[in-house]
Design a protein around this ligand. Structure first.
Ligand code: SF4
Length: 267
């Protein structure tokens, strides 16, 4: 199976990995999609979000992570299947769309289970979507029931400052999901000094307003639980000194997103 990998410059290229490379699995996930879920964290990410709490998933090199087959993950899922009857499988990361062929096979296998179709959810930043080659991710989306789409910043310059990447591919991925009418939950990490103003949140609302397939909005307060991982990896923590987000402000900022969305749809 061919996999798409992004070079440091962000161009898509073919690599020769035949199987999936994962970071880890969580057998009782409760925050990444509906119900109790089997969550697979894929290895490799093209973004470098300043607040990332999983820097150990970044490395997309051939030696990083653990190589697995679809069958191994299906077997592990089936060993706990009774817990997932109101949930399903979520593939997160890192960035799952860096390994579209593996992901497509995994989702298709989950849909085809003779014990019953399994609900599939993709948790993605969308950056690995190539609008010039939508066919590369078509099989993934054909077998995807829900997408948790991370929109990191409403403003392109702010997005580049926060993630190191331009948001154009991510917005193109959002357009593709809307075209396909795949239900989407928007996720937005609220970081003090970066994404915690009503103006930015209203802009986010305007940005996502054209997507009629948006079924939910999760405003995730920034936390510092990942700091210890940076220390272990010998990396400098980019947001050193930035306080955790005050959760009491989340309703106000959520309302700002909804306001922006309504205004754009009415205008
Ligand atoms: S997209 Fe996710 S895994 Fe990648 S750097 Fe950002 S927060 Fe970390």
């Amino acid at each position: 199976m061919a996999q798409i990998e992004l070079t440091p410059q962000g161009d898509a290229c073919e690599t020769r990995y035949a199987r999936g490379r994962i970071h880890s699995v969580e057998t009782m996930g409760t925050v990444d999609g509906p119900g109790i879920r089997f969550v697979v964290f894929m290895q490799g990410c093209p973004l470098r979000c300043l607040y990332c709490h999983n820097p150990d998933t970044w490395d997309a090199g051939a030696a990083a992570g653990t190589e697995v087959t679809v069958e191994q993950l299906v077997e592990e899922f089936e060993s706990n299947r009774q817990f997932y009857k109101n949930g399903g499988i979520t593939v997160s990361g890192g960035e799952p769309l860096l390994q579209p062929e593996f992901l497509a096979d995994l989702f298709a296998a989950m849909h085809a289970r003779s014990e019953g179709r399994v609900h599939t959810c993709l948790d993605s930043c969308g950056y690995a979507f190539d609008p010039a080659h939508p066919e590369r991710t078509a099989r993934v989306l054909d077998a995807c029931d829900l997408v948790l789409l991370d929109i990191k910043h409403a403003d392109p310059a702010g997005h580049r400052a926060l993630t190191g990447r331009d948001p154009a591919r991510i917005l193109a991925f959002g357009d593709e999901l809307a075209r396909r009418k795949i239900p989407v939950v928007i996720r937005h990490v609220v970081v003090p000094g970066y994404t915690d103003t009503p103006e930015e949140c209203e802009a986010l609302g305007r940005l996502i307003a054209p997507w009629q397939n948006v079924v939910g909005l999760e405003m995730l307060p920034y936390h510092t639980l990942g700091v210890v991982k940076y220390e272990k990896l010998g990396l400098t923590y980019p947001l050193d000194g930035v306080p955790e987000m005050d959760k009491a402000r989340i309703p106000e900022l959520r309302a700002a997103v909804m306001r922006g969305m309504r205004a754009a749809r009415q205008g």
